[in-house]
Design a protein around this ligand. Structure first.
Ligand SMILES: [Zn+2]
Ligand SMILES: [Zn+2]
Length: 450
């Protein structure tokens, strides 16, 4: 029998990694423990040589969907105590170093099934999430990624959610964004009454929102990492009014459609574009309009292209359950050039000359994150804006630039720019962390954010 310590670095926190380790260890009848150590996961494993080798193989080859291993080190331990079973230990803050916070990810198939199943306790619940999906980067205050370091700390788990949260074999084991109607965030609908927000009593805020949108109202909808201005793409007067209120004459609006079949009705979609639209990152993809395209003229005036995304939050899916429209405009709610608005106070106050209604919720957004925008050139993906779904996952540049500068892998660099749509990049341990797009540097609020 031998004992090995395994240290794993990468996207291994908040992605169901420890329960995965627990599962493969117990399947192989190995004993020991797993725990988060700041930015790394430490595993101590005890058993026969063969089984430990099997374990290491499975660890690298059967990862949960979001998890990613960047570095794995093993070390044999001498004179280690004998363990009776395999356990998941409490996190420890003791290790400090570079940490990788997972990006926000689109709702997974299982969570989507739940919100559409009338017999499920999360039926119609717009904040459903599990270890495989939901907000991460936008709700995290600090690492290690535990609930008390996220804005979900405002929502103590109810009994039923707590049972799931504590069961290593449950999909919601340590799912820090897990919640339900009883214990989690909830929606509120407000009407803009001559620049005074008036709360509306609504049995079903999403059904009412869809109805009002389809009657031509303009909404501010607070989502996961930011706020959208939303309008029905079929209504020329409404879209024009939105342009007028925003002072935005020509720039095309991005739209969201309920599913890929609907997108095909008005745009040409290649296989690669379809794959990207449906990916868990869910960026906006610039597509070519087809001959049947019939949205209001002012959605993307004079262009052959349209920026399209598919629903990524449970809230979006539920909204589309109440409408037949092929798409809604979903454009970032910000003063042009300034960072997107994320607090309820900002939304209610600063959008009062733009939105007719507000659909907001009581979960705080810590890190704002715009929708990413991508397009294909010669079948190759190019980012116009790399943000939600991708940030803050770093680029690994180890060894790539040492021919230019032998010291490259040891450099620490902070880079900022340009003036319009500024981003910053931090290079540390040869990993480049590129920030989301923030705003224009001629605006004071952009500096505040930086
Ligand atoms: Zn899920
Ligand atoms: Zn609950």
């Amino acid at each position: 029998m031998k004992t090995e310590k395994v240290l794993v670095e990468g996207i291994v926190q908040g992605v169901g990694f420890r329960p995965f380790v627990y599962r493969i260890a117990t399947e192989l009848e190995l004993v020991g423990y797993v725990r988060n150590l700041g930015n790394v996961v430490e595993i101590v494993i005890q058993g026969s040589d063969d089984k430990i080798a099997d374990f290491i193989y499975k660890l690298q080859n059967e990862l949960p969907p979001i998890a990613k291993i960047n570095n794995l080190e093993t070390e044999e331990l001498e004179n280690e105590e004998e363990y009776a079973d395999f356990t998941i230990k409490e996190s420890s803050d003791s290790f400090s170093g570079t940490s990788v916070i997972p990006p926000d990810l689109a709702i997974c198939d299982k969570c989507l099934e739940e919100i559409n199943d009338p017999n499920n306790r999360r039926y119609n619940y717009p904040f459903n999430a599990c270890t495989d999906c939901g907000p991460r980067f936008t709700v995290i205050e600090n690492v290690p990624y535990d609930r008390d370091k996220t804005t979900m700390d405002d929502f103590p788990l109810c009994d039923e959610c707590e049972v799931e949260y504590k069961n290593p074999l449950d999909r919601r084991y340590h799912a820090e964004a897990s919640c339900c109607e009883v214990c989690g965030p909830s929606l509120e609908l407000y009407k803009n009454d001559n620049q005074n927000p008036v709360k509306i009593d609504s049995e079903d805020p999403l059904a009412d929102t869809a109805k009002l949108l389809d009657e031509g109202k303009i909404f501010a909808i607070k989502g996961i990492g930011g706020t959208h201005l939303v309008a029905n793409v079929m209504l020329e007067d409404t879209v024009n009014l939105l342009r007028e209120r925003l002072g935005r004459e020509n720039q095309a609006f991005a739209v969201m459609s309920p599913d890929i079949e609907t997108v095909r009705e008005y745009a040409i979609v290649s296989d690669a574009e379809e794959e990207t639209l449906l990916s868990k990152e869910r960026p906006i993809v610039i597509l070519k309009k087809n001959e049947s395209y019939d949205f209001a003229k002012s959605v993307s005036p004079g262009l052959h292209n349209i920026g399209v995304m598919l629903p990524y939050a449970p809230l979006h899916h539920l909204l589309f359950n109440h409408t037949d429209t092929p798409a809604y405009i979903m454009t970032s709610a910000n003063v042009p050039g300034e960072p997107m608005m994320i607090t309820n106070e900002e939304i209610l106050k600063n959008l009062d000359t733009i939105a007719d209604y507000y659909l907001i919720h009581n979960r705080r957004i810590l890190n704002r994150c715009d929708d990413s925008v991508a397009r294909f050139r010669n079948n190759e993906l190019a980012f116009i804006r790399r943000s939600r779904g991708y940030t803050p996952e770093p680029y690994d540049l180890k060894g790539k630039y040492t021919s230019l500068n032998p010291e490259f892998d040891n450099l620490k660099i902070l880079a900022l720019g340009p003036e319009l749509d500024v981003t910053f990049t931090i290079l540390k341990n040869s990993k480049a962390y590129v920030s989301q797009h923030i705003g224009n540097t001629n605006k004071y609020r952009t500096y505040e954010f930086l």
